[in-house]
Design a protein around this ligand. Structure first.
Ligand code: NHR
Ligand code: GAR
Length: 216
């Protein structure tokens, strides 16, 4: 007895996280179905990955709109045509308006390349190195109006190594992203993950503030 969970993925770039999601749905018993991939950049490589996998794609150029509200309204219309249960940000680089976030409340996830609440925003690997952190990682969270501030679902922690560069660190964080994002999406698809009043719920239990922690 398994109902499929239609997911729409939003991205702006390479789409390695999309690829990990696609690969995770090919196991045969996955409840996840990627209904469409939408990008604000028509040349995003992630769209090519989707086409190669036979997934519907759309591009919506934010520069063609007069302001964030107008772009977000058009984006909502595009997404809702696919009637998804879940919307997943996978390297989507536009900040979303309060109206957008409210529309998808409890069914909008993001993956962020830091151990939130550390390093919200951009250039996270460089900032972790400059701070001399001994640990770094990535976080999956429900998206709320507070940028990178929504309730955490899962974090993967990796050690920082002596000679790490932002690039080498990013590479190892990416490996973890590709493990934890499909896992979180699957939890949601199975009906195990939800947004509660006080944080993220897994199997009806409130998760710790850090979300489910994975150490490597
Ligand atoms: N929107 C809301 N309301 N809340 C969040 O938590 C969001 C969000 C939109 C995107 C991803 C986020 C990240 O994981 C995300 C989380 C883009 C920027 C940014 O500054 C910051 C954070 C994130 C994504 N974008 C610039 C902007 O003006 C553009 C940068 C560019 O195009 O390269 O939108 O880090
Ligand atoms: C990922 O590292 C993701 O965590 C990050 O962008 C990368 C996208 O990689 N997201 C953000 O920085 C959001 N602002 P991908 O396109 O290969 O999945």
């Amino acid at each position: 007895m398994s109902v499929t969970c239609d997911v729409v993925v939003l991205l702006s770039g390479t789409g390695s996280n999309l690829q990990a999601l696609i690969d995770s749905t090919r196991t045969g018993d996955s409840p996840v179905r990627i209904a469409a991939v939408i990008s604000n950049r028509a040349d995003a490589y992630g769209l090519q990955r989707a086409r190669d996998a036979g997934i519907d794609t759309r591009a919506l150029d934010h520069k063609a709109f007069e302001g964030r509200e107008a772009f977000d309204a058009a984006l909502i219309e595009l997404i809702d045509a696919f009637n998804p249960k879940l919307v997943v940000l996978a390297g989507f680089m536009r900040i979303l308006s309060a109206g957008f976030v409210r529309h998808y409340q409890g069914r909008l996830l993001n993956i962020h390349p830091s151990l939130l609440p550390k390093y919200k925003g951009l250039h996270t690997h460089q900032r972790a190195l400059e701070a001399g952190d001994t640990e770094h990682g990535c976080s999956v969270h429900f998206v709320t109006e507070e940028l990178d501030g929504g309730p955490l679902v899962v974090q993967a922690v990796i050690p920082v190594e002596l000679h790490d560069s932002p690039q080498s660190l990013a590479q190892r964080v990416h490996v973890q992203e590709h493990l934890i994002y499909p896992m979180a999406v699957r939890w949601f698809a199975e009906g195990r993950l939800a947004l509660g009043e006080h944080g993220a719920l897994l199997d009806e239990k409130l998760l710790a503030a850090s979300g489910h922690l994975i150490r490597t």
